[in-house]
Each structure stands twice: as C-alpha cells, then as structure tokens.
Design a protein around this ligand. Structure first.
Ligand code: AMP
Ligand code: MG
Length: 461
C-alpha cells in the first residue's frame, strides 16, 4: 500500500535553521479539497486518507514538524520573519524518486509568529490552491496544493471567517530569505552548511562540491526563466519579497497575486503596494534585486565581480526566455533580431488599445479580427510567411503557448465567495478549466470582467 514515506533532512541542518514544534490540533478537521492526482504522484493513498493529517490533528508517519527560520526584505526593508503560520511536516520521498516538502500553512502559532495568530482563512487558502494549480496547468514551475482542510474554527480578520489549512507541496521552502537569515544571524560555517545542503538537494548536477558560483548561476537561470514565464502569461505575483523567492525556482506564496486582464505594464493588484514596487513591469528588475540580495550573502565565498556576473546571467536567461516565449506565442520558430521590435510594437499597441492580454493572443491563434491591429498584423503575417514552416505548424505552436483560460479575477472572487458559503460548485468548475488552460473552456471563463471594475488583493490573509 502506498503511504507516507517521510524523511527529515532539513532537521539535520544546524539548529539555527529551525525550531522543532508540536502539532496544534484544531476543533473539527474536514477536507474541503483534496488533490487526488497529486496524491498519487506523491505515493499517497487516495482513499482512506485522514483529514487530521492536513490540520495537525494526526501526525503522518515519520513526520518531524518544524518551523523554518528565515529573514526577508519586505518592500525593500530587512526583517526577521520565519514560519509564523506554517509547519514543515517532512519531505515525502515519491515513487519516482523525488523529495518534496510537505508543509501545513495556517497550522497555528510558532516562535516566529510575531503578532499574528498563526492561522489562515478558507478563502485565501482556496485561492492559493486554485492559482497554484492554474500555474501548474500553464506549465510554470510552482509549489503545488495537496489539500485544503477546514478547521471548524473561526479566524478573525476584518470579520470572522471560517478557518482552514493548506497543505503545500514544494521542491523545498528554502528561499533567498533563508540565506539572508544565515548571513545575518548564523555563523559562516552554518551558512556553508545551508549552501551545501541546498546545492545537493536542488542542483545535484553541479560536478564540483563547493562550486558556489555554479550554484548561483543555476539559481539565476531558473529565476530568470521563471519570471519571463510570468511575464508571458500576464501573471503579477504581487509580493516579491525575498522571503517569497524560492531557491529551487518555483513560484511560491500566492497572496495578493493576479492575472491581468487588459494589457497594462503598470498593473498592481496588491492593496498595500501603493508605489507599485511589484507592478507587472517591475517584476524582472525586482527579480534581479532579490538575486543581488542572495549573492551578497555568498560574498564570503565568491568575489564581487563574480557576484555581478551572476546578475548578468539572470538577465540573459530572462531575456532569452521571454523572446523565445513571445516567438512561440506568435508562431515563430526561429528568432531573428527584428523580432524584438515586432514584439515591442505589438505590446505598445495593446497598451494603447487596453487590449485583453490573454484574448489578444488567442485571437491571433484562431485568426480572429482585432480592431486597431491591422497594420501590425500585416507585418507579423509577412514574418510568418518568411518561415519554412506552414501556417498550420505555426498555429499548432501558438495553441500550445497561448492559454485560453486563466483564473480571471472576477471568476476567482465569485467562486471563493460561494465556497465560503459551502457551495464548491463554481470553484470546482473553475479549477477544472484552469487546470487545462490550453483547451477552450466555457465562454464564461474566457471573457474579461466588465470594464471599470478595479480589482484588489490582500496580503497576510
Ligand atoms: P507572507 O506575506 O505570507 O509572505 O508572510 C510574511 C511573514 O508573515 C511570514 O513570516 C509569515 O509566516 C508571517 N505571517 C503571515 N500571516 C501570519 C499569521 N496570520 N500569523 C502569523 N504569522 C503570519
Ligand atoms: Mg511568504
């Protein structure tokens, strides 16, 4: 029988990196969502599961719960943070040989909770489940969601809300902020232990142990690619603090994130991001800034010049991925230098027209008319005709790279509101659609919101 197969390698790191914890049981565990497909991949049973595993009421076999220590630059300011409402249960060793973190989010107070209650509300946990699964469907590296379990307790926010816990699955929860913590509060020996551990866990293909430059280059490459992929689908993370940047290169921490409707590089959704630090257009440069915070922590082991080269490597990876990705979205197989201005001109026009980001590319794919883009379209068609491939081949490439269904903000809100009142129907329908984004979904999921609706998202919910 398949089941828990937990190891606890993180707990074998120096004690500075975590606090051992007891589980805090909740009043009445009840599964609201369970990701059967993911459970199977993890080697977990899909029936006979215990809701208590996902709330801290029942300890999964082999688990050794701990809260991880980390710091973070939040909106540019350095803070000590740590898991204030999460517990790492252990690392599941999967049937196909992977090692992934199993973490409860919303599991109660820890020594790192500061003024927080350590808990989470049902709506935001379902939101993370939905958006992370949408990202996975899009083919973008992300933490996954195994379960959302209601606690049977009330969580007090602006109003009393039903409490819930998300079970998050990640390559690991080691972040830029983990290194920042080590650099600030641990010894150099402990920092080295963290670097060696992370390198072995995520970048086992680096031939020389202790080659921290190769390590940073690999991280830069994954991060550059990841952020380019966000840009290509119009995803705004919303809170790119260094504690929310995973070393393994997965998208992590779905708080105030959103997909943009009409194309606007200034798009910001987070209610607290008043200056637009984490606006869509700033994501690449913030990625570089965060990476610079990471390379700084490694200066005991590398030169400043080498550190700067890491950042340049990030930009190369990001730009290459973005250009190639735009090419694929437009049916172009092999880039030429002029393509960059072709793409830039399209985006400038889309901005002027307030064109829906997702639907514009869908319209190109299915040869639908778009008002205001006639001249640009001619240029693009000439470009395609200059390729050896047929239109059908271009179209097939475009279908694979232009999602038709994204979790549109108004649909997400509608689904969450109903879910909070016990009706999971709309949520399940939307989830199914966003898990298969390259197929055409129901028309209701493909239409943008009514114009003029201003959408806001919230942190720390
Ligand atoms: P986030 O904005 O979700 O990345 O969280 C930033 C920091 O605040 C992390 O250290 C979290 O663990 C902590 N935090 C967020 N919400 C809570 C809460 N309700 N109780 C305790 N800590 C929290
Ligand atoms: Mg966070």
């Amino acid at each position: 029988m398949s089941g828990w197969n937990l190891d606890n390698s993180y707990a074998r790191l120096p004690r500075a990196f975590y606090k051992e914890m007891d589980l805090s049981p909740v009043a009445e565990p009840k599964l609201v969502k369970f990701n059967e497909k993911l459970a199977e991949e993890l080697g977990l049973p899909t029936d006979g599961i215990d809701a208590g595993w996902f709330t801290g009421n029942v300890s999964p076999k082999g688990s050794q719960p701990l809260a991880q220590a980390y710091a973070g630059h939040q909106f540019g300011y350095f803070n000590m943070l740590g898991d204030g409402r999460a517990l790492l249960l252990g690392e599941q060793l999967t049937p196909d040989g992977k090692r992934v973190d199993i973490q409860l989010k919303g599991s109660g107070r820890t020594p790192y909770s500061r003024s927080g209650d350590g808990r989470a509300a049902l709506g935001p946990m379902l939101r993370e489940y939905l958006i992370s699964e949408a990202m996975h469907g899009l083919g973008i590296p992300t933490t996954r969601s195994l379960a959302v379990a209601a606690t049977g307790e009330i969580t007090l926010r602006e109003r009393p809300l039903p409490g819930a816990i998300l079970t998050r699955v990640a390559d690991s929860h080691i972040r830029v902020g983990t290194f920042a913590y080590a650099s600030e509060w641990a010894t150099e020996k402990e920092l080295k232990a963290l670097a060696d551990y992370t390198m072995e866990r995520h970048f086992g293909d680096i031939p020389n142990k202790g080659d921290y430059l190769a390590f940073l280059h690999k991280i830069a490459e994954r991060q550059g690619k990841l952020i380019a992929q966000w840009q290509l689908v119009g995803f705004v993370h919303g809170v790119m603090n260094t504690d929310n940047m995973a070393i393994a290169g997965e998208t992590i921490d779905y708080g105030p994130c959103a997909f943009m409707d009409s194309y606007d590089p200034d798009s910001v959704y987070s209610s607290i991001d008043r200056e637009g630090r984490y606006a869509y257009k700033n994501q690449p440069v913030i990625g570089a800034w965060n990476l610079a915070r990471l390379t700084e922590t490694m200066l005991p082991f590398i030169s400043l010049e080498a550190a700067n080269e890491v950042i340049r490597h990030y930009w190369r990876a990001l730009n290459a991925e973005w250009l190639e990705g735009m090419g694929r979205k437009l049916g172009i197989f092999k880039l030429i230098p002029e393509d960059e201005s072709l793409f830039d001109d399209l985006l400038a026009l889309m901005k002027e027209l307030s064109a829906d980001y997702t639907n514009t590319f869908v319209a190109f794919t299915f040869e639908e008319e778009i008002v205001g883009l006639k001249n640009w379209r001619k240029r693009w068609q000439n470009r395609l005709e200059g390729q050896p491939q047929s239109w059908e081949e271009s179209q097939a490439l475009m279908k694979k790279n232009n999602p038709q269904v994204i979790p549109r903000n108004h649909k997400v809100e509608e689904a969450l509101m109903l879910a909070e009142h016990g009706d999971m129907g709309a949520f399940d329908k939307l989830l199914e659609a966003v898990q298969n984004p390259y197929e055409s979904g129901a028309k209701e999921f493909m239409e943008p919101a009514e114009p003029g609706v201003c959408y806001k998202t919230y942190c720390g919910t």
